[in-house]
Design a protein around this ligand. Sequence first.
Ligand code: SF4
Length: 328
Amino acid sequence: MKRKAISLLSGGLDSVLATKIVLSQGIEVVGLHFTSPFSSKREKERGLQAVRSSEELGIKLIIKEKESDYIDIIKKPRYGYGKNMNPCIDCRIYMLKKTKDIMEEEDAGFVITGEVLGQRPMSQRRDTINIIERESGLAGLILRPLSAMLFPPSMPEKEGIVDRSRLFDITGRSRAIQYELASKFKLSEFGCPGGGCLLTDPIFSRKLKDLFQHDTSFTMDDIVLLSIGRHFRLNEKIKVIVGRNKAENDMLCSLDKDAYSLVLPLGFTGPMALIKGNPDESDLDIIGNIIAYFSKYPNDTIDIEIRDKKTRVFTAKKRLLDLDMIKI
Ligand code: SF4
C-alpha cells in the first residue's frame, strides 16, 4: 500500500486535525474539498477556509463540485433523510465514491476522514459508519484518526504505514480534546463546526421539497434561487420569488433567462420578482399585489412590468392577500 492518503478536508476542526495527525507520521496527504449548491454562505466561506487550512498544513488541495448526480441522491436517498432534506448517509457514500476515483488518479493508498464516533446522529453512528464504508467500496481503506482506537484497525494500520498507537479514541459531540490537540499541533486555520449544509435547514428544505414536487425539469439555477428571496407558490404551475434587498433584486435580474419572467414595479419603488411558469391575468394580479405589499404602495392600482420574451405592462387591482397561504 502507498504511503499516500486523500483527506476529506472540509476546513473544519476535525478534518484539519485528522489530516495533521497523519501528516505528523511522515505520510504524504492530498486534501479533497467538496462544494455544492447546497453549501450555506458560511460553508462557502469555509471553502476558502479549506484553502487556508491546506496552506497551513502544507498540502495540495483538490476542490470538487458535487455534480448533477448528487441531485438524484437528494431526491431519492436509499437510506432516507435526517431531520430535514439532508440525506447524510447517502451523501457520505457519494463523497467517498468520488474520493475513490481521486485516490486512483492520485495513486494514493487510503482515505482520511475527520469522523468522530457518536458526533452526528445520522452519519457518525457505528452502524451507519459501517454501511457508508461498505457501500463506498472503500472497506478497510478509511482511516479515522480521531476515533480510530474505537474501530478495528484499518489496512494502513495493519500494514504498519500508520502507527495505531498515535491515533485517538474520541467520541461524542464535545470538541474539548480536539481543541487541545489543535493547540498542541499549533493549528489555527480551521472553521467553526456545523451549520454549513442548507439541506439541514428547515426553511430551505421546505423550498426544496416544493421544487421536487412541482418541477420535474428544474435546473441548477432553480436550486441556486432557493436561497434567494421570499418564495410563493401560487398554484401547481406558478412560483414567484420576491427580492428582499437590492443585492437579491440584482441576483434575480441576473437569472432572468428563458425559463423565468422578471417583474418590476412601474412608477414606484419596490422589490423585483421572478416568475417560474406562464402566468395568466389572475396570477399577475396576485404578483402585483405581493410586490405592492412589500413596498407598502398606497394606491388602488398597481402597475408592473413583465419582461419575458416581450415586455408588457399589467395593472393589478389592490386587494388584501393572505400571504401565509401561498408562502413556501
Ligand atoms: S450535512 Fe449535508 S453535506 Fe453533511 S453529510 Fe449531511 S447532507 Fe451531506
